[in-house]
Write a new protein. Structure first.
Length: 58
């Protein structure tokens, strides 16, 4: 086998692994953020209603 070809295969395999790792990290971050949000009380919805355009603050 040609050494350039083997190097390219190794490079592509490593790049694929790094992309998969990055995707997994992103997914884990999103899941952590979602669990943090779920723990908080739903106060933000009241804030949104009070601050909608055309409404007076309560």
């Amino acid at each position: 086998m040609n050494t350039t070809y083997v190097a390219q295969l190794v490079h592509e395999e490593r790049a694929g692994r790094l992309l998969a790792e990055a995707d997994a990290d992103r997914l884990a971050r999103t899941a952590r953020r979602a669990t943090r949000r779920a723990k908080r009380p739903a106060v933000r919805s009241a804030w949104v209603i009070r601050h909608l355009p055309g409404r007076h603050a309560v």
